[in-house]
Design a protein around this ligand. Sequence first.
Ligand code: Q9C
Ligand code: ZN
Length: 358
Amino acid sequence: MKVIYSEKHCLHNPPKEFELGRFVPYKECTGRVDSILSSLRARNLGEIVAPNDYGLGPIAAVHSKEFIAYLQNAYEEWVKVGGNPEGVFPDVSAVRDFANLRKWKQNPPQRNFPYSRDGGPLGRPGYYCFDMTGVIAEGTFQAAYEAAQVALTGAELLIEEKAHGIFALCRPPGHHAQRDLCGGYCFFNNAAIAVRHLIHVLKVGRVAIIDIDYHHGNGTQEIFYENSNPLYVSLHGALDYPFYWGAEDEVGENEGAGFNVNVPLKMGTQDKEYIEALQTIIDTRVKEYNPQIVVVSLGVDTYANDPIGGFFLTTPAYIQIGRALSSLRCPTLFVMEGGYAVEEIGDNVTNVLQGFEN
Ligand code: Q9C
Ligand code: ZN
């Protein structure tokens, strides 16, 4: 399986995140990718190629221009107002009403909000970020831009080469990033950008996203909430981070009604239950949708020793997860998301990809 990878992910390397009121080492670290690359190489998974550059256009098709401009300028602006040079940490929150945001957008107040009222240099961090892990450091914009190009290149090669599987080794990850919000270690939504490109530029009829990261992909859900293409399916830890999204009754709206499928699983879920839940949703909702392309948001923070995930999957289970995904017999783009057990992340990811191939 071909792997798309850029060393520019290293440009994003914030030293710290804020967790439970303490600064702790940033868990979405560059070492995650070293671990993945060394497993891929050790098992000879496939050729590792650099991404092409598709520019900002496909990113701007998913994210607002104000948000993109914010990410581009945030670090410099932050340092200029005296912010910590280690990275941007909002010290205010815009308290956007997430549950009602969609309705609010349909019927906005009669003023030029939010764009002229996003709070300026000190308010913007709280307006465009929903937590304390979306830390914008010096090279974050470049790295996030590059991660989106990695995903786009994967989408292009999947079609062009009529491949069965492609692995886009994205870092930073993307599935928590909404149209105009970063957070959860995510800045640009790599999977959503690739999916939009597949549908609107490469003219794929139906795409299904299967999000197997431990956390609910609030960003991907939000971006496609009113669309019937793609289908979005997420298996995730119930009632865990990102807390305000991921319930079963979030099914999509308008044209998208019925095309957002949340499968929350209880904390402590183990191999057998997890694989059954995955195979069941594949055999029902995904097969009924009959996708022409599948995009997998591949997180392995479902692993037992993951420092933040609440499931107990073992390393061999990831082979079975790969097999379950291959049972669709559909060309599949794997987009890297979370997984923070740095030692084992490489073997877990490679197991999914090898399970898929065999
Ligand atoms: N104590 C992804 O997996 N912190 N993002 C959770 C845990 C944020 C995860 C707090 C987790 C973000 C892509
Ligand atoms: Zn995650």
